[in-house]
Write a protein that binds this ligand. Structure first.
Ligand code: ADP
Length: 534
């Protein structure tokens, strides 16, 4: 008896060892079920096997694998069954108690009140017995599948003829345990493979994004992505450079003045090919920029690409000013020359010698003005291209000022220049600056005009002060710009090109000095030229 038991145990051990090996070889759950069934075929006679999982949170029992009467049934066609806690359903009882069941009197059991048994036929039809007639099954075994102490499934085995022994149940239970371990393992492997695949896709996407970001960094246009709340979630280097602000993370409305009207004015295309650009003035901090925008909708918000056209705009404006000023300034003397020449050519009038002289004088002075304008233009261009020669030598400025005033004979200028006052620079260029400052003071200011030369530490200071209306603060830097003239459209404005102070300051700087203006509007302007001392 004992020997028989030992032999049986050793046979069981061998079966289980072989089973464990076979099940472990299967790497997907579906293959584990197939191997499990093949193993069962060898050791426990049966006509049907159903593996079900139980989801405690839903209270549902789902079929994972079914084999009935020689046919594999597609488990996806079987509906989940609700757990019946109170009723006599055998599957439910195993789940509730966590105990295996061995039933050799299925037919009688289901006759008991509440006794239920679900049968699956080879077509995959579920029949609730006894409601749908008597059971074919004579014996059945049901084993709970446990994980972490809880029942997570049931495996049932049934036969249509003969009975099951406790030894069958023992073997069946052991195989179910092995099967479950193998299924869990296969699922874990599967999950890991899936996670790895997800990680690989994420990595590829990140690489793509990084590559795209690198390309965007190299693009010369500013690019920003504003999300639905108007927060800038991406900006490239050019965008930060154009605005002078680290844009990422900022609210577009905090960086760009009147952002709402920009967003409303720029047409947002649905796709890249359909964009159209819009050039707008936008204030960023205290700067006014002209930006040309295009916008495209994206999943996260709106992508804006912009180009800084401020310099071009300014250049265009300068060009317009230039053409307006030059044509006006040239036309005035040209008209004088033309009118005087036409008059002289008239044959119906006898001109006296003095009248003829006056007309010729007019032609000469207007021609001189014309050549003055052309000279200014050429000089300004040469300064811009660094094509002027400037000598650096000691110049006695007091004497230079007195000689200059002799040239401007009759001008009402008071001079204060302690003798001798030396500066380092180019005599002719210093004289040109002085002439321009005195000319402006007499043209735009009012007498008295006072010129003072004084020593100021390492520098020599020459100031020209008038008693006119002065220059408003906001124009005090602008008057040094090329072609800038205050009120040039005033018909009675004195003639000029707007180049005088531009040239004067450029010359002062080339000699290592400075030229500034101080003016309290209403009480005259004072231009201060500083030159290094020898
Ligand atoms: P232009 O005399 O040819 O117009 P400038 O560059 O010499 O050009 O001067 C630029 C502008 O600065 C002038 O148009 C004038 O409006 C203003 N300006 C220059 N000097 C004075 C001054 N002393 N008082 C008031 N305005 C002045």
């Amino acid at each position: 008896m004992a020997d028989a038991r030992v032999a049986a145990d050793s046979e069981l051990t061998q079966v289980l060892l072989a089973a464990a090996q076979r099940l472990a070889e299967s790497i997907d759950a579906e293959r584990v079920y197939d191997s499990f069934h093949e193993l069962l075929e060898e050791v426990v006679p049966h006509d049907g096997v159903v593996v079900s999982s139980f989801a405690a949170d839903e209270g549902l029992i789902r079929c994972e694998y079914a084999w009935v009467e020689g046919v594999r049934v597609d488990e996806s066609t079987l509906p989940p069954l609700p757990l019946n806690r109170a009723g006599g359903g055998m599957q439910s009882r195993v789940i509730v108690t966590g105990e295996a069941l061995l039933v050799n009197d299925v037919a009688e059991r289901i006759q008991e009140p509440g006794g239920t048994y679900y049968n699956v036929d080879r077509e995959g039809r579920i029949a609730k017995i006894p409601d749908s007639g008597p059971a074919h099954t004579t014996a059945a075994m049901m084993v709970p599948v446990k994980y972490g102490g809880a029942v997570v499934g049931v495996v049932q085995l049934m036969r249509d003829r003969g009975l099951y022994t406790h030894r069958d149940l023992e073997l069946f239970s052991a195989l179910v345990g092995l099967m479950h371990a193998a299924v869990r393992n296969a699922r874990l492997q599967d999950e890991r493979a899936q996670l790895e695949a997800v990680a690989a896709v994420e990595r590829a996407r990140a690489d793509e994004r990084e590559q795209a970001a690198r390309v965007l960094e190299l693009v010369g246009d500013g690019i920003i992505l504003a999300d639905r709340d108007g927060v800038i979630v991406f900006s490239n280097r050019a965008a930060d450079a154009v605005t002078g602000v680290e844009l990422c993370g900022r609210l577009a409305a905090d960086v760009f003045g009147a952002w709402e009207s920009v967003a409303a004015a720029v047409p947002v295309a649905r796709e890249v090919g359909a964009t159209s650009s819009m050039t707008l003035p936008v204030s960023v901090g205290d700067r006014e920029l002209w930006l040309s925008f295009v916008a495209v909708e994206s999943a996260e918000g709106v992508v804006y690409a912009f180009r800084d056209l401020t310099a071009e705009r300014q250049f265009d404006e300068e060009k317009r000013d230039f053409v307006a000023t030059i044509s006006h300034e040239l036309r005035t003397p040209m008209t004088g020359v033309y009118g005087a020449a036409q008059t002289l050519l008239r044959t119906d009038i006898e001109w006296s010698a003095s009248q003829r002289h006056d007309l010729l004088q007019l032609i000469a002075s207007q021609a001189e003005r014309l050549s003055q304008i052309v000279d200014d233009l050429l000089l300004a261009t040469n300064i811009d291209h660094d094509r002027i020669q400037i000598s650096q030598e000691p110049v006695e400025v007091g004497e230079l000022v007195r000689q200059t005033l002799e040239l401007l004979e009759g001008s009402d200028v008071e001079v204060e220049a302690p003798d001798p006052s030396y500066a380092l620079g180019d005599r002719d260029r210093i004289q040109q600056i002085v002439v321009n400052l005195l000319d402006n003071a007499l043209k735009y200011g009012r007498p008295p005009v006072r010129l003072v030369v004084a020593s100021a530490g390492d520098a020599l200071q020459l100031s020209v002060r008038d008693s006119g209306t002065g220059i408003p603060r906001e124009q005090q830097e602008r008057i040094f710009e090329k072609f800038y003239r205050r009120d040039p459209e005033l018909a009675r404005a004195p003639s000029g090109t707007g180049l005088g102070l531009y040239i004067a300051r450029a010359l002062a700087e080339r000699m290592g000095g400075t030229l500034e203006v101080r003016s309290v509007p209403g009480s005259g302007a004072e231009f201060v030229l500083m030159l290094p001392c020898p």
